[in-house]
Design a protein around this ligand. Structure first.
Ligand SMILES: C[S@@+](CC[C@H](N)C(=O)[O-])C[C@H]1O[C@@H](n2cnc3c(N)ncnc32)[C@H](O)[C@@H]1O
Length: 402
């Protein structure tokens, strides 16, 4: 697609004046087409120019400007005609290279509402832009594509689901910068939920220390990059197994104390049980757990001689899988209750997003030291024997210590 000479002239004349104070980045995109991936090119700018710039800074700005004008034209030739220059978090220049008219847009409340799809959201584009960009909801040019609208709604929902838990902890002990809310994310992966909670707490002004661990080095590196991108304070990540996590997380530079909330989101298979055992043994006041795929009980049910409550539950693979999933998570809830937790189970995200969409929220009833001799495991042991299963979490809680 070629741009007209008039449009080119308009842009080349207007931009140097409008960009005299510097800019953050330029974003060139093609007009959005439903169902198609967004074609986008980003060119990082020199940043805002100081009030009294040095000669070198002025020169660098001129060089960057020449690069920008050339890149804008090249992008337009490739069909990326919708062009945005982000001046800072609140101001951006918008133009369409086909006609070259340039508009300054300021992120006022009205524009923010438009970006939010006409609805008030917890994470607003004017207050949470770095977060929304880091988790892939907001585009580099500050827009939110229609294909991200659902995810956008989802992150507010996730924060609201977790809010009662942190509010409850806040009622148990006063939170302050010296005694912040401490969250440990076990098997954090890309740490999506950690970022949602950390941003919601930042907006609520709650002091936070959050530490995430995962065995995958690449995900930890990425999570650290995102933390820096969002500018979150008190958030750290380390490569570690769940089993190592407490020793490591309790170190002075990570949580500086025992976690108030343990997160275990989609920790694979029995890694969820590993996380639950640790949280229970250390008396975590709250646990937020979204179980993942579960193989263990399905295999046990296929092999057991104990008759099923209804034979089809054992003999048909699909039914056995669904039964094993429900049984695994029900037993987890029973065990949490047996170890002194009040438990509730809520839908995490709609089942259209993932089949693993159940959030187990558990709050410890007592504040005292953990005393395994008071755990009431016997009824669960009996029930499991009657059903012909021996789940990982039960085995773990039956051993004398970690
Ligand atoms: C399905 S991902 C979920 C990640 C993240 N919590 C989320 O929901 O996006 C499971 C993660 O568990 C990690 N993992 C599995 N077993 C682990 C263990 N024993 N210790 C630490 N991380 C573990 C994997 O590396 C992977 O990143």
């Amino acid at each position: 697609m070629s741009i007209t000479k008039a449009s080119r002239g308009r842009i080349r004349r207007a931009l140097p004046r409008k960009l005299a104070g510097g800019w953050e980045r330029a974003v060139f995109t093609a007009p959005e087409r439903p169902g198609e991936a967004r074609d986008e090119r980003v060119l990082i700018g020199p940043g805002p120019l100081a009030e009294e710039p040095t000669e070198t800074a002025e020169k660098a700005l001129q060089t960057a400007l020449t690069e920008l004008l050339d890149a804008a034209e090249a992008a337009a030739e490739d069909g990326l005609v919708k062009q945005t220059i982000v001046l800072d978090e609140r101001r951006r220049l918008l133009f369409d290279a086909r006609h070259g008219h340039i508009k300054l847009k300021t992120l006022d409340p009205e524009t923010s509402l438009k970006v939010m799809g006409g609805k008030e959201r917890l994470f607003r584009p004017d207050t949470s832009a770095p977060f929304l960009r880091a988790i892939g909801i907001m585009n580099a040019d500050g827009t939110i594509s229609t294909r991200h609208a659902r995810k956008y709604k989802q992150v507010s929902h996730l924060a609201e689901l977790c809010r009662p838990t942190w509010e409850r902890v806040g009622k148990r002990r006063p939170l302050s910068p010296e005694a912040p809310l401490r969250i440990l994310d076990l098997a954090c992966g890309n740490a999506y939920l950690s970022f949602v909670i950390a941003e919601a707490l930042r907006l609520a002004g709650v002091p936070l220390r959050l530490h995430g661990v995962d065995v995958r080095e690449d995900l930890i590196t990425r999570a650290r990059e995102r933390t820096a991108q969002i500018g979150l304070e008190g958030v750290s990540f380390a490569r570690a197994t769940i089993a190592d996590a407490y020793g490591e997380a309790l170190a002075e530079d990570a949580l500086a104390g025992r976690p108030d909330i343990v997160l275990a989101l989609h920790a694979c298979d029995t890694a969820t049980d590993e996380a639950l055992e640790l949280a229970i043994r250390y008396g975590a006041p709250a646990i937020l757990c979204v179980p993942c795929c579960q193989q263990e009980l399905s295999t046990q049910l296929a092999a057991t001689d104990v008759p099923a409550p209804i034979p089809a539950l054992h003999s048909h693979g699909l039914l056995r899988g669904a039964y094993a999933d429900a049984l695994t998570d029900s037993i987890r809830c029973e065990l949490l209750a047996a170890c002194g937790y009040q438990v509730d189970v809520v839908e995490f995200v709609g089942s259209e997003h993932t089949a693993k969409n159940m959030l187990i929220r558990a709050h410890r009833r007592h504040r005292g030291a953990v005393d395994p001799s008071r755990w009431r495991l016997a009824p669960v042991v009996d029930a499991c024997a009657r059903l012909g299963v021996d789940p990982s979490l039960l085995r773990r809680l039956q051993r004398p210590s970690l």
